[in-house]
Design a protein around this ligand. Sequence first.
Ligand code: SF4
Length: 484
Amino acid sequence: MASTLGYVKHAAERKAVEVLVDGMLKNVKNCSDKRQFYLKIVSMAQKFYGKAFTPDKVEAVRKAAEDPENRWFKFIDEIIEETDPRFAKMTLLNLGYEAFLRGTKMIRENRVKYKCNIPWLILFDPTSACNMHCEGCWSGTYGHKNNLSFEDMDKIVTEGKELGVYLYLMTGGEPMVRKKDILKLMEKHRDCYFAAFSNSTLIDDALAAEVARLGNMTFFLSIEGTPDTNDARRGDGHYAAVMKAMDILKKHGVLFGTSICYTSANIEAVTSDDFFRLLEEKGAKFGFYFHYMPTGRNAVPSLLPTPEQRAYMLERIRYVRSAESGISFYPMDFQNDGEFVGGCIAGGRNYFHINSSGDAEPCVFIHYSNTNIHENSVLEMLQSPLFMAYHEGQPFNRNHLRPCPMLENPQLLREMVEKSGAHQTNEEAPESAEELCEKCDDYAKEWAPVAERIWNSQIHRMPTYENYTPEKVLHTDRPVFENV
Ligand code: SF4
């Protein structure tokens, strides 16, 4: 009875949001006060987030929405205007309402109920197969023969939703090798949002049209700077393939972003003004920057950025996001933005990874596991020994510029893998935690003083919510936080 009531309430609530979104999208071209719709969405968010949305925050959003020159609201206007209305609607409903609002509330409740990490998103690999061979790719270490069946992927999403997870990211291998099954999954789970990290080469008009119709998947296209820096690591012709895919997605009104791995060799090319202007012109709206990680036997440790390069990256990405830059592209730096998400997000704290063999790993870069989707439920995976070691250990460092138990605190990964008895998951090229962490020891030592200097020179925001165990918050030395 309770679950029937819950279902009815959910359906009614989604319908109310749908009416609001339809109204906004109908008026988007000609309604001068369309920002009133944004404010209605903020009021709805208040209902879900409660105290986290303090009156001063609401007032700040209201002021920004009323300012016709506000950079971020102009950016949102632009995205909505350039996006296919069916796609925009599903993004607002599934990513906005289901994942951000309703899902967040559910996962917070389930973290308390199940006493383990419950993530906000799950990343999985539909396949390990890839039609490219990029230098230093960690993904190639799994081999190229494994696939999650449609039933495996359906199980992940079905069980994830029961816990409040409405966002699913896919990597690989090249996920689009499995585009038929992915479209089927999008059709079956019309209340979820999907995103694929793709090398672009398999994106064509037919796929883009279908994605625009379904509306519940975006893309992160891999690109690394200029044609020269890109093709040097990813292979001849790849840059041209990305340009073509961007044109196709833009033409069909499918929202997309980029996935950029920054290395000691490409850091200038992937952060130049010219590069950002190119992304803006091609229609990319957001992008993940990933610090190169030396995972796997194919890794090339000399590609690790130097401390100076990493410090430059931090400053550069924050500048591009600032009001002064004026670039219509929102970059996120997976390694340097720890402060905004409370440090390491892996082990199910905000996300975890299921590889194409079904092994659940705490992070896409950490190839150790005690649990597999073919034997365990999603909840059981989250309660497995290595995931619980993450749960107990987070935050791994209170300086969120040093968040990682591998890259910046390698001794911690060694200990967690040993204590949990997790096995390594690289089928073709096994690598022990000792071998992996050894490649990070020098890096961690060299970055630590630079990270301390930067961290101590900044004022940090006091988070309104952190999903660590309460004891952890009380007993860990906190850095100097101020409410700003
Ligand atoms: S394990 Fe390291 S790379 Fe993965 S989320 Fe945590 S901090 Fe980031």
